[in-house]
Design a protein around this ligand. Sequence first.
Ligand SMILES: [Zn+2]
Ligand SMILES: [Zn+2]
Ligand SMILES: [Zn+2]
Ligand SMILES: [Zn+2]
Length: 316
Amino acid sequence: MEKRSGNMATAADSVATPKKARTALRRAPAPKEEPGHEAVAGEEPTTLDVTLLAPDALECPLCSAPFEAAIFQCNNGHAACRDCCDRVRGTCPSCRAPTGAIRCRPLERAIAAMLFPCAFSAAGCERRLRISEKRAHEAAFCQHAPCACPVPGCAYAGLSLHDHIRDAHQGNGDGDDGAAVGFVREAMVTLHRSMVFRVLLQMSDSRGFLLANSGNVPSGRSLSLLSLGPRPDGDGALEFTMVVRAGGETGGALSLSAFGPVPCARRWAGPEHLPAEGFLFVPDAYWSSSGSVSVTVHVGAEVGRGAAHGRSPRNR
Ligand SMILES: [Zn+2]
Ligand SMILES: [Zn+2]
Ligand SMILES: [Zn+2]
Ligand SMILES: [Zn+2]
């Protein structure tokens, strides 16, 4: 009888087999952490449900930040994150032994294999995430994280920013230039040079947008669009088209346009923080003698990633 595995099947086999078997057993399907994370019916779960009585055991003892990637230890086993090793210049503050060279792999491995609840679980987020995904989820994707109102002097931060703006910053009708503007498919607003932003409220899916007007460019202004809230769940990105028509005597003869993905943020960084790309420069000549332009903004779902020209008019 010929063994195909050749020299793999040697005397060492008798030693390797029990170990292999155990490994194989432990490798059986792990539940998925992504939506639902339900285990496959009929299969033995291979996860270990533990209760951590001291959550600070998973934090850097020096800076109290959660351990994420590299964890180091000194010769006496005192742990520290990479930033702290740099900050203490390679000397353990507990015992003065050198630190920053020895990785604490078992702890790194244990943390990498854990699922953590989202920081906004109390607000209703049920996602459980790997440490490597947790920060991005909480910063950009979590649909249960509070969003801050951009209106100066307003301290609102919550889960209903759209409704808050609609109710609290509705303005006094047509005469109020600063009022939030509601729209369904397309928003048309008059923008004055002096306005730092206008808020656009998309009624159809309760999203708020900020049309920001930044003055930190010579001989004109630059307009950009920001979605006030988390990034849409799943793969879908939002894409905008913005058309600016010159105000005053020239009427609609002069126009400029831009399109691209809409950045999303839960807090507006302010008028001096222009996005790196995707803004529309509006030269001085476009602004009417009274200092205004007409801006039309369309926002829709982008089809596929990076498909700048693939915008589809369907999708709501
Ligand atoms: Zn640290
Ligand atoms: Zn030490
Ligand atoms: Zn979340
Ligand atoms: Zn507000």
